[in-house]
Ligand binder design. Structure first.
Ligand code: FAD
Length: 275
């Protein structure tokens, strides 16, 4: 089976203990030689300092780092200022997103969609950044229909995105179909599957319901059956996600992007299993 590059995603910790723990987790994960590590960005800029600090630490550790960057609620002036800050830090990669604000909050910003953000970044900074955008093999929950969502994805690529990282999924066919349809629509950039390790059923079910990722019935039932058996859930999760990764590799994916949830154990195990 072919081996492919991997990338790793972290979120900015909220406490000094979390920052310390993430440093240790990163050191364990660097053994996997990731192509880059990315750090998420809270909607409305809520985690800006934590995100940029973590990105700077990763760069200082000698690893390529991508800052996620969401535009909901942002103004052109605030985005311009942050792009300058990121360039001054030496950042060369962005994951450009619209983001979500808690329901009830208006956007109040000058960007409607991620495609507007990508176009703005290109207009302001030319080719200074390699830009990834988000793709949804099982459709973004707010899209009118899959075709409209595909057109929204194409708009992001046409605006200048270099690559796509997908929302996680547990059905490999959804990914392969999505790639076929994207290519037929003229999207030629790499589409990297996002991989979510399974470590807790309640967290996974909550996340998935919110972001529109489907947990197949057989998987949901099995997780519910395992209840509070944390070790059982982890072992079962490794088997399920390991098989998913194998199918993706056999299908010729360009790379794998792991949502680490700031933990190393499952990702190290999965990556080693896949060699
Ligand atoms: P868009 O591409 O703007 O799409 C949003 C919705 O609008 C879609 O339903 C789309 O179909 C529709 N749409 C787009 N353009 C048009 C148009 N012209 N007309 C009509 N409809 C349109 N969130 C964070 O807050 N921080 C993060 O760090 C973060 N990282 C992520 C990383 C990855 C890899 C992924 C997959 C998601 C991430 N998210 C993050 C979540 C993301 O912000 C949400 O899914 C958000 O709801 C959509 O963001 P987007 O960039 O895909 O938006």
């Amino acid at each position: 089976m072919a081996t492919v590059p991997i990338s790793l995603e972290f979120f900015p910790p909220k406490t000094p203990e979390g920052v310390e723990k993430l440093r240790a987790v990163r050191q364990q994960l660097y053994a996997l030689k990731p192509e880059f590590c990315s750090v998420t960005y809270g909607a409305g800029g809520s985690t800006r300092t934590g995100t940029f600090d973590a990105v700077q630490e990763i760069l200082n550790e000698g690893v390529d780092a991508a800052s996620h960057f969401s535009c909901i609620g942002a103004t052109r002036a605030s985005v311009r200022e942050q792009l300058q800050q990121l360039q001054d830090m030496g950042v060369k990669r962005l994951v450009a997103l619209r983001g979500d604000l808690p329901s009830g909050h208006g956007t109040g910003g000058e960007f409607l969609y991620a495609s507007d953000l990508v176009a703005f970044i290109r207009a302001e900074t030319g080719d200074a950044f390699h830009i990834e955008v988000a793709g949804y093999p099982e459709m973004h929950p707010q899209a009118k229909n899959p075709q409209a969502d595909l057109q929204a994805l194409k708009a992001k690529v046409d605006a200048g995105a270099n690559g796509i990282i997908t929302q996680y999924f547990f059905n490999a066919d959804a990914y392969f179909r999505f790639v076929d349809e994207a290519q037929r629509a003229g999207i030629q950039v790499p589409i990297v599957p996002g991989i979510m390790p399974i470590t807790s059923s309640s967290q996974l079910i909550r996340f998935s319901d919110a972001c529109g990722a489907e947990i197949p019935r057989w998987l949901r039932l099995r997780l519910l059956e395992l209840g509070d058996d944390v070790e059982g859930i982890k072992a079962f999760g490794l088997e399920v996600v390991g098989r998913l990764c194998q199918r993706l590799l056999q299908g010729g994916v360009p790379s794998l992007h792991f949502y680490t949830m700031n933990q190393s154990q499952q990702v190290v195990f999965l990556a080693n299993q896949l060699n």
